[in-house]
Design a protein around this ligand. Sequence first.
Ligand code: SF4
Length: 229
Amino acid sequence: MKIGGFQKVSLIDYPGRISAVVFTQGCNFRCPFCHNPELVDPERFEGLSPEAEILTFLEKRKGRLDAVVITGGEPTLQPELTPFIIHLKAMGYRIKLDTNGALPDVLEEMLGRKLVDYVAMDIKAPLQRYSEVTKTKTDGQRILKSISLIMGSGVDYEFRTTAVKSLLAPEDLEEIGRLVPGAKRFVLQKFVPTKTLDRSYIHESSYSDGELKAIVEKLAAIVEKATHR
Ligand code: SF4
């Protein structure tokens, strides 16, 4: 596994659980607003965190940590993801996988083998604007397949969208909601520019809490539960 970062404890990344967070290195999208550029742009890659040390740490923390969140970058690109998760499951950890949903076949394997307990999938844009927003030619059918796999899997899940005002109008955000009708949980994430893949996005404005709340109210009619954070 190419692990670009490791957080020993988090109270917020796995709802209701105390988790450690593994950040995989590498992504197949180039979202300009991405706040983890050091995991996406090879020119900004930093040194890898040794997998063996992370596994040793997690072995020692069994019983004190509940879960491991695997995020990125895009974790499903990692060829060693399956054995890595099997190792963590054998230690008794719950697994949350964060994904952009571009590789449904990997997701299908993870879900089919019951290797993940929670999936958080980013939905970047209305389907017809995906390539424009991710700056990457994207097959919308793959995104739809991932959505369908997750919603039919029986595991806990959430869909989430980073609401970048200049890229996604309120109508776009509602259209994204219509990609996941009846979803258990849809989260609009406020865009907070601290560092960004495209450095010009550091100056982008964000939706206000009031604006997000108004959009969430409309989304609440489409999904089971809509929130913003
Ligand atoms: S936001 Fe996620 S999908 Fe987009 S470039 Fe960053 S890590 Fe990749």
